[in-house]
Design a protein around this ligand. Sequence first.
Ligand SMILES: C[S@@+](CC[C@H](N)C(=O)[O-])C[C@H]1O[C@@H](n2cnc3c(N)ncnc32)[C@H](O)[C@@H]1O
Length: 211
Amino acid sequence: MSKPVSPAFTDPAGTWNRRFEQAGFLFGTEPNGWLHEHAGVWTAGQRVLCVADGEGRNSVWLASRGLQVDAFDIAELGVAKARRLAAEQGVTVNFTVSDCDTYAWPEAACDGVAAIFVQFADPAMRARLFAHMKRCLKPGGTLLLQGYTPKQLDYKTGGPGQLSHLYTAAMLREAFADLDIVELREYEAELAEGSGHRGHSALIGLVARRR
Ligand SMILES: C[S@@+](CC[C@H](N)C(=O)[O-])C[C@H]1O[C@@H](n2cnc3c(N)ncnc32)[C@H](O)[C@@H]1O
Protein backbone atom coordinates (compact mmCIF):
# COMPACT_ATOMS: atom_id res chain seq x y z
CA MET A 1 0.00 0.00 0.00
CA SER A 2 1.30 3.46 -0.79
CA LYS A 3 1.79 5.97 2.01
CA PRO A 4 -1.13 8.44 2.34
CA VAL A 5 -0.28 11.91 1.09
CA SER A 6 -0.25 14.55 3.84
CA PRO A 7 -2.89 17.33 3.62
CA ALA A 8 0.07 19.73 3.61
CA PHE A 9 0.58 18.66 0.00
CA THR A 10 -3.05 18.20 -1.17
CA ASP A 11 -4.39 21.38 0.51
CA PRO A 12 -1.34 23.52 1.27
CA ALA A 13 -3.19 26.82 1.82
CA GLY A 14 -5.74 25.25 4.18
CA THR A 15 -3.13 23.25 6.08
CA TRP A 16 -0.74 26.16 6.55
CA ASN A 17 -3.55 28.57 7.44
CA ARG A 18 -4.64 26.19 10.20
CA ARG A 19 -1.06 26.07 11.50
CA PHE A 20 -0.65 29.84 11.35
CA GLU A 21 -3.98 30.63 13.03
CA GLN A 22 -2.48 29.33 16.29
CA ALA A 23 -1.21 32.02 18.66
CA GLY A 24 2.49 32.84 18.40
CA PHE A 25 4.92 32.32 15.57
CA LEU A 26 5.42 28.71 14.46
CA PHE A 27 9.03 29.36 13.37
CA GLY A 28 9.67 32.27 15.74
CA THR A 29 10.31 35.89 14.88
CA GLU A 30 14.10 35.67 14.56
CA PRO A 31 15.62 34.99 11.14
CA ASN A 32 16.72 31.53 10.07
CA GLY A 33 20.31 30.75 11.09
CA TRP A 34 21.69 30.12 7.58
CA LEU A 35 20.16 33.36 6.35
CA HIS A 36 21.51 35.25 9.35
CA GLU A 37 24.99 33.85 8.76
CA HIS A 38 25.08 34.71 5.06
CA ALA A 39 22.91 37.82 4.57
CA GLY A 40 26.08 39.91 4.33
CA VAL A 41 26.17 38.92 0.64
CA TRP A 42 23.58 41.68 0.14
CA THR A 43 23.99 45.37 0.88
CA ALA A 44 21.40 47.92 1.99
CA GLY A 45 19.19 49.09 -0.85
CA GLN A 46 19.44 45.86 -2.81
CA ARG A 47 16.28 43.96 -3.78
CA VAL A 48 15.67 40.53 -2.26
CA LEU A 49 12.74 38.16 -2.75
CA CYS A 50 11.70 35.84 0.12
CA VAL A 51 10.06 32.72 -1.27
CA ALA A 52 7.24 31.09 0.80
CA ASP A 53 8.03 33.49 3.61
CA GLY A 54 5.42 32.20 6.10
CA GLU A 55 4.91 34.54 9.07
CA GLY A 56 7.60 36.93 7.90
CA ARG A 57 10.53 36.34 10.26
CA ASN A 58 13.05 36.39 7.40
CA SER A 59 11.59 39.16 5.21
CA VAL A 60 11.09 41.50 8.17
CA TRP A 61 14.63 40.95 9.41
CA LEU A 62 16.06 41.58 5.92
CA ALA A 63 14.00 44.77 5.62
CA SER A 64 15.37 45.89 9.00
CA ARG A 65 18.85 45.64 7.43
CA GLY A 66 17.86 48.21 4.81
CA LEU A 67 17.10 45.82 1.98
CA GLN A 68 14.16 46.31 -0.39
CA VAL A 69 12.17 43.12 0.22
CA ASP A 70 9.42 41.32 -1.68
CA ALA A 71 7.86 38.24 -0.08
CA PHE A 72 5.08 35.83 -0.92
CA ASP A 73 3.37 32.83 0.65
CA ILE A 74 0.34 30.72 -0.16
CA ALA A 75 -1.14 31.06 3.36
CA GLU A 76 -3.03 34.32 3.84
CA LEU A 77 -3.01 33.95 7.64
CA GLY A 78 0.77 33.68 7.58
CA VAL A 79 1.04 36.77 5.40
CA ALA A 80 -1.37 38.66 7.70
CA LYS A 81 0.91 37.88 10.65
CA ALA A 82 3.94 38.88 8.60
CA ARG A 83 2.33 42.24 7.79
CA ARG A 84 1.70 42.82 11.51
CA LEU A 85 5.29 41.86 12.39
CA ALA A 86 6.60 44.33 9.78
CA ALA A 87 4.32 47.09 11.12
CA GLU A 88 5.42 46.40 14.71
CA GLN A 89 9.06 46.63 13.66
CA GLY A 90 8.47 49.73 11.54
CA VAL A 91 9.71 48.20 8.28
CA THR A 92 8.22 47.88 4.82
CA VAL A 93 7.96 44.58 2.94
CA ASN A 94 6.04 44.13 -0.31
CA PHE A 95 3.94 41.09 0.72
CA THR A 96 1.80 39.01 -1.66
CA VAL A 97 -0.46 36.01 -1.01
CA SER A 98 0.38 33.62 -3.82
CA ASP A 99 1.16 30.06 -4.80
CA CYS A 100 4.71 29.73 -6.10
CA ASP A 101 3.39 28.52 -9.45
CA THR A 102 1.23 31.61 -10.03
CA TYR A 103 3.40 34.30 -8.41
CA ALA A 104 4.31 37.16 -10.76
CA TRP A 105 8.03 36.38 -10.63
CA PRO A 106 10.11 39.32 -11.83
CA GLU A 107 12.68 38.59 -14.55
CA ALA A 108 16.39 39.22 -13.82
CA ALA A 109 15.35 41.87 -11.30
CA CYS A 110 16.51 40.67 -7.87
CA ASP A 111 19.91 40.98 -6.21
CA GLY A 112 18.92 38.11 -3.99
CA VAL A 113 16.52 35.27 -3.33
CA ALA A 114 16.00 33.74 0.12
CA ALA A 115 14.46 30.26 -0.07
CA ILE A 116 14.33 29.03 3.52
CA PHE A 117 12.61 25.69 4.16
CA VAL A 118 10.60 25.61 0.93
CA GLN A 119 10.42 21.80 0.89
CA PHE A 120 6.65 21.77 0.35
CA ALA A 121 7.60 21.26 -3.31
CA ASP A 122 7.59 17.75 -4.75
CA PRO A 123 10.19 17.05 -7.48
CA ALA A 124 8.04 18.42 -10.33
CA MET A 125 7.09 21.59 -8.45
CA ARG A 126 10.67 21.94 -7.21
CA ALA A 127 11.98 22.01 -10.79
CA ARG A 128 9.55 24.83 -11.63
CA LEU A 129 10.31 26.67 -8.39
CA PHE A 130 14.08 26.50 -8.79
CA ALA A 131 13.78 27.68 -12.43
CA HIS A 132 11.76 30.72 -11.31
CA MET A 133 14.23 31.46 -8.51
CA LYS A 134 17.15 31.43 -10.93
CA ARG A 135 15.42 33.52 -13.59
CA CYS A 136 14.38 36.26 -11.16
CA LEU A 137 18.02 36.86 -10.13
CA LYS A 138 20.03 39.54 -11.88
CA PRO A 139 23.42 38.40 -13.18
CA GLY A 140 25.61 38.53 -10.06
CA GLY A 141 22.58 38.10 -7.78
CA THR A 142 22.84 35.58 -4.95
CA LEU A 143 20.54 32.79 -3.80
CA LEU A 144 20.54 31.69 -0.16
CA LEU A 145 18.74 28.38 0.36
CA GLN A 146 18.26 26.22 3.46
CA GLY A 147 16.59 22.83 3.72
CA TYR A 148 16.74 19.41 5.32
CA THR A 149 18.59 16.33 4.08
CA PRO A 150 17.15 12.76 4.07
CA LYS A 151 18.84 12.11 7.44
CA GLN A 152 16.18 14.42 8.91
CA LEU A 153 13.67 11.57 8.55
CA ASP A 154 15.46 9.97 11.55
CA TYR A 155 15.25 13.13 13.65
CA LYS A 156 11.69 14.30 12.92
CA THR A 157 12.37 17.76 14.35
CA GLY A 158 10.83 19.63 11.40
CA GLY A 159 10.42 19.37 7.66
CA PRO A 160 8.05 17.63 5.28
CA GLY A 161 8.69 14.01 6.28
CA GLN A 162 8.72 13.00 2.59
CA LEU A 163 11.99 11.69 1.18
CA SER A 164 11.32 13.05 -2.32
CA HIS A 165 11.05 16.61 -0.94
CA LEU A 166 14.42 16.57 0.84
CA TYR A 167 17.74 17.78 -0.60
CA THR A 168 21.11 16.18 -1.00
CA ALA A 169 24.29 18.02 -1.93
CA ALA A 170 24.42 16.12 -5.23
CA MET A 171 20.85 17.13 -6.05
CA LEU A 172 21.49 20.82 -5.34
CA ARG A 173 24.81 20.79 -7.20
CA GLU A 174 23.01 19.45 -10.26
CA ALA A 175 19.93 21.70 -9.90
CA PHE A 176 22.12 24.82 -9.63
CA ALA A 177 24.90 23.76 -12.01
CA ASP A 178 24.20 26.87 -14.11
CA LEU A 179 24.97 29.12 -11.10
CA ASP A 180 28.35 29.58 -9.41
CA ILE A 181 28.17 27.61 -6.17
CA VAL A 182 29.85 29.71 -3.51
CA GLU A 183 29.07 27.39 -0.59
CA LEU A 184 27.20 24.11 -0.23
CA ARG A 185 27.24 22.58 3.23
CA GLU A 186 25.56 19.51 4.69
CA TYR A 187 25.64 19.70 8.47
CA GLU A 188 23.84 18.81 11.67
CA ALA A 189 22.83 21.37 14.26
CA GLU A 190 20.45 22.10 17.12
CA LEU A 191 17.71 24.34 15.77
CA ALA A 192 15.56 26.55 17.97
CA GLU A 193 13.42 28.31 15.35
CA GLY A 194 10.01 28.45 17.03
CA SER A 195 8.28 25.17 17.87
CA GLY A 196 8.22 24.17 14.18
CA HIS A 197 11.96 23.72 13.72
CA ARG A 198 13.35 22.64 17.05
CA GLY A 199 15.93 20.06 18.06
CA HIS A 200 18.74 18.15 16.45
CA SER A 201 18.42 18.57 12.69
CA ALA A 202 20.06 17.38 9.47
CA LEU A 203 20.48 20.50 7.37
CA ILE A 204 21.83 21.69 4.06
CA GLY A 205 22.66 25.24 3.08
CA LEU A 206 23.50 26.73 -0.29
CA VAL A 207 24.93 30.05 -1.42
CA ALA A 208 24.95 30.37 -5.23
CA ARG A 209 25.47 33.30 -7.60
CA ARG A 210 23.90 33.80 -11.01
CA ARG A 211 26.46 34.18 -13.80
C1 LIG B 1 8.30 25.40 6.54
S1 LIG B 1 7.40 26.86 6.18
C2 LIG B 1 8.73 28.03 6.00
C3 LIG B 1 8.29 29.46 6.10
C4 LIG B 1 9.43 30.48 6.03
N1 LIG B 1 10.20 30.36 4.81
C5 LIG B 1 10.32 30.40 7.24
O1 LIG B 1 11.47 29.96 7.10
O2 LIG B 1 9.88 30.79 8.33
C6 LIG B 1 6.87 26.55 4.50
C7 LIG B 1 6.02 27.67 3.91
O3 LIG B 1 5.67 27.33 2.57
C8 LIG B 1 4.38 27.85 2.30
N2 LIG B 1 3.86 27.13 1.12
C9 LIG B 1 3.45 25.84 1.06
N3 LIG B 1 3.08 25.54 -0.20
C10 LIG B 1 3.27 26.67 -0.95
C11 LIG B 1 3.09 26.99 -2.32
N4 LIG B 1 2.64 26.07 -3.20
N5 LIG B 1 3.38 28.24 -2.74
C12 LIG B 1 3.83 29.18 -1.86
N6 LIG B 1 4.03 28.93 -0.54
C13 LIG B 1 3.76 27.69 -0.10
C14 LIG B 1 3.62 27.61 3.60
O4 LIG B 1 2.47 28.40 3.71
C15 LIG B 1 4.70 27.93 4.64
O5 LIG B 1 4.64 29.27 5.02
